[in-house]
Design a protein around this ligand. Structure first.
Ligand code: SF4
Length: 353
């Protein structure tokens, strides 16, 4: 395993807990290269701890390669619940590890760096949701899976980007719906369902919101034969549909897809080039799924710094020390589990982010 060389400071020494070579910095744990030796050590430690390692599609390539399973947040949480191991190491952001804990309350769930948050999940607090509910008594709360356990506990039905439309369509058309926290996904739901009684919270993910219509228009002009894969959380989702309506890109070449849907579409596409509007970590999985297709990011800078906090050093520290453990109090977990289960009962939950 390669430990990076640089002059160590006293602060570095103090920040190190147990594992030599690992340096704690405000942007995450560093000091270890994700090479073959590191990967072998990760596999050995995971076996010793009776742990399964799960990695989200937006993780660094080295983390995706070493993981037992790679996927979207909900698929990974379901794998966690079925895994024979009693410890789950969730390489993703905090709300995802919480969802795994909600669905596997008796297992130990670890996240390699608990500072890995999510700007979208943080865009609504339980207090704000409760106040919004108080303003709309009788409304049904639908929350995207990118929410904290406390917000899920105040939610009637969770949804993913694959089934948000089906979930809202399952609700009595005369009842108001409070949709949170993502405004772009909410706008997509309003557009497709045609419902005017869906109120949308003005939250957003800083990464997806940064993939905007101007960039998309420029890329479509530069690559006129390419297909477009767009995550509905993106600021450009509306622009993509507008471009299709205007004939700038044929309707059948614009695909609004969850991350899981993108992988299925990548395997099936006949296109030689695909423009991808989501976090850039997704390109690794898409290129792996369809090596003959030229996948290009609509915005190369669309990288989630929280996802990238799960570094090789963080994963090593996690498995050596058994940290950071994720806890959800049993009452919150019970209520949150109910909102996730209602979504599953409606069917086709797909995968969310
Ligand atoms: S890409 Fe956005 S929604 Fe996804 S984890 Fe990062 S901040 Fe959250």
């Amino acid at each position: 395993m390669t430990v990076l060389n640089r002059t160590r400071t006293r602060a570095d020494d103090q920040a190190d807990d147990v594992v030599p070579g690992i340096i704690d910095s405000p942007t995450g744990y560093t000091g270890v290269v994700g090479d073959e030796q590191w990967a072998a050590e990760i596999r050995r430690l995971a076996k010793q701890r009776n742990a399964t390692v799960l990695a989200h599609n937006y993780q660094l390539p080295a983390i995706q390669q070493v993981a037992d399973h790679v996927g979207d947040s909900l698929a990974l949480s379901r794998i966690a619940a079925q895994a024979p191991q009693d410890t789950i190491v969730f390489c993703g952001v905090h709300f995802m590890a919480e969802t795994a804990k909600i669905l596997s309350p008796d297992k130990t769930v670890l996240i390699p760096d608990q500072r890995a948050g999510c700007s979208l999940a943080d865009s609504i607090t339980p207090e704000e949701l409760q106040a919004w509910k108080d303003e709309h008594p009788g409304a049904v709360v639908v929350s995207y899976i990118n929410t904290t356990a406390a917000v899920k506990a105040l939610t009637d039905i969770c949804c993913t980007s694959s089934n948000a439309v089906d979930v809202v369509n399952s609700i009595d058309p005369d009842r108001e719906v409070l949709f949170c926290p993502d405004q772009f996904l909410g706008a997509h739901v309003r557009r497709v369902t045609g419902r005017t009684n869906v109120h949308v919270w003005a939250g957003e993910c800083h990464v997806h919101a940064g993939i905007n219509g101007d960039e998309l228009t420029e890329q479509v002009r530069a690559h006129p034969d390419a297909e477009l894969f767009v995550h509905p959380e993106c600021g450009c989702a509306t622009s993509a549909l507008y471009l299709a309506d205007e004939g700038a890109v044929p309707q059948d070449r614009v695909k609004i897809l969850s991350t899981g849907g993108m992988l299925a579409a990548a395997r099936a596409t006949q296109a030689r080039q695909v423009l991808v509007a989501t976090e850039v970590g997704m390109l690794y999985q898409l290129r792996h799924a369809a090596p003959g297709v030229d996948f290009r990011a609509v915005n190369e800078r669309a990288s989630c710094r929280y996802m990238k906090m799960i570094t090789p050093a963080a994963l090593l520290r996690c498995l050596v020390e058994g940290v950071d453990e994720v806890h959800v109090d049993p009452q919150t977990a019970r209520l949150a589990r109910r909102s996730v289960q209602r979504m599953v009962e409606i069917g086709h939950p797909g995968g969310g982010e």
